[in-house]
Design a protein around this ligand. Structure first.
Ligand SMILES: O=P(O)(O)OC[C@H]1O[C@](O)(COP(=O)(O)O)[C@@H](O)[C@@H]1O
Length: 322
C-alpha cells in the first residue's frame, strides 16, 4: 500500500470526529453515529484506492452506508480491505463522557478477518508481554506472565475491563490474584491500545467486547508490536450458524494476530471525539475546530500524532454543520 494512504485515512477519521462531536452530551447516540458514518463515507470516495468494507455498519440490508461489501474509493489505486467503526463509543458521546474515537483500519485485500458482529473474548498486551499470554490459560497465569514480562509484581499489574455484569467472575479472578483493575464504561479499542502503549499505567485488557472492535484493535496492536488474541463468543444458535458460514466450525478456536490481520501492510487511524487517555477530543472555537489523530503503520511501526486545526468556513457543509 502506498505510504500516502496514511494521510488519506486521517482525513476520514477527522471528518467523522468533527461531525459526531457536535452530538456530545445530547443523549442521541444514533444521530451521533449517523453523523460520523455519513462524514466518513463522503471522504472515502475521494481517496485513490479500490476498497471494500469488511467490517462496517452492518449487512447491506441493515445499513445504508459503510455496509459490509460496499466498495469505497475512486477505484484507482491499491486493492484494500477496510474496517471502520465510525463512532467507537456511541453511548460515550450521547452521555458527554470520556474516550470516544472514530476508527479506520486498512490492509491489503484479503488480509482482515471478516469478523461477524457478535461478542469476542479478548486478551490484549503490549510488546513486552506479546507471545507470553494465552487466552485459554487462567486469569492468574496470564497475570503472572505479564508481571514477569514487565518485571513487576502481580500486585502492580493493571488490567482494563469493560464494566459489565458478564465480567463479574473475571473481575473476581483479577482481584483474587491481587492485580488492579481500570474499569471503562465503553470503548475497548482504546482499552486494548492503552495496554500496549508506554506510560498509560495499564498492562493488559481482558474480557468480552465486540468482535469487529477486536479486529480493529488487532491492527493497532500489530503496529505497536503488541498482541491480541480473540475467541468468538456467539450467544445464540443463529450466531453459531453465522460463524460456521464464515468457515469457523469450532467457535472455541483462538483467533491470533495472523488470523485477525495477516501480514504487516496495514494502517490504523483513530481521531478523538471526546477527550480520553489516548487522544484529545474535538475542540470547537468559533470557525476553528481542533482534532487529534493517532495514525500508525504496521510495516514501519511508526506512530504519528496529528494535531489539526480545521477552518470550518472552508469545509463541506454536511461535515461541518454548526
Ligand atoms: O456494550 P456491549 O454490548 O457490552 O459491547 C461492548 C462493545 O461496545 C463498545 O463499548 C462501544 O461500542 P458502540 O460504540 O458500538 O456502542 C465497544 O468498545 C465494545 O467492544
Amino acid at each position: 500500500m502506498e505510504r500516502s494512504l496514511t494521510m488519506e485515512i486521517v482525513r476520514v477519521t477527522e471528518a467523522a470526529a468533527l461531525a459526531s462531536a457536535r452530538w456530545n452530551g445530547k443523549g442521541k447516540k444514533e444521530e451521533a453515529d449517523d453523523a460520523a458514518t455519513t462524514a466518513m463515507r463522503e471522504v472515502f470516495d475521494t481517496i485513490p484506492m479500490d476498497g471494500v468494507v469488511v467490517i462496517g455498519e452492518g449487512e447491506m440490508d441493515e445499513a445504508p452506508m459503510l455496509y459490509i461489501g460496499e466498495k469505497l474509493g475512486t477505484g484507482n489505486g491499491p486493492s484494500v480491505d477496510i474496517a471502520v467503526d465510525p463512532l467507537e463509543g456511541t453511548n460515550i458521546v450521547a452521555s458527554g463522557s470520556w474516550n470516544a474515537l472514530t476508527v479506520v483500519a486498512i490492509a491489503d485485500r484479503g488480509n482482515l478477518l471478516h469478523a461477524p458482529d457478535m461478542y469476542m473474548d479478548k486478551i490484549a498486551v503490549g510488546p513486552e508481554a506479546a507471545g507470553q499470554v494465552d487466552i485459554n490459560a487462567s486469569v492468574y497465569d496470564n497475570l503472572k506472565a505479564v508481571a514477569k514480562a514487565k518485571n513487576k509484581d502481580i500486585t502492580d499489574v493493571v488490567v482494563t475491563v469493560l464494566k459489565r455484569e458478564r465480567h463479574e467472575k473475571l473481575v473476581q479472578e483479577i482481584r483474587d490474584a491481587g492485580a488492579m483493575i481500570k474499569f471503562i464504561s465503553d470503548g475497548d479499542v482504546a482499552g486494548a491500545i492503552n495496554a500496549a502503549m508506554r506510560g498509560t499505567g495499564v498492562d493488559m485488557l481482558l474480557g468480552q467486547g465486540g468482535a469487529p472492535e477486536g479486529v480493529l484493535a488487532a491492527v493497532a496492536l500489530k503496529c505497536l508490536g503488541g498482541e491480541l488474541q480473540g475467541r468468538l463468543a456467539p450467544q445464540t444458535e443463529e450466531e453459531i450458524e453465522r460463524c460456521k458460514a464464515m468457515g469457523i466450525d469450532d467457535t472455541n478456536s483462538v483467533l491470533r494476530m495472523e488470523d485477525l490481520v495477516k501480514g504487516d501492510d496495514a494502517i490504523f487511524a483513530a481521531t478523538g471525539v471526546t477527550t480520553g487517555e489516548l487522544l484529545k477530543g474535538v475542540r470547537f472555537d468559533g470557525p476553528i475546530a481542533e482534532t487529534e489523530t493517532l495514525v500508525m503503520r504496521a510495516k514501519t511501526g511508526t506512530l504519528r500524532y496529528i494535531q489539526a486545526k480545521h477552518n470550518l468556513n472552508k469545509k463541506p457543509n454536511l461535515v461541518m454543520k454548526r
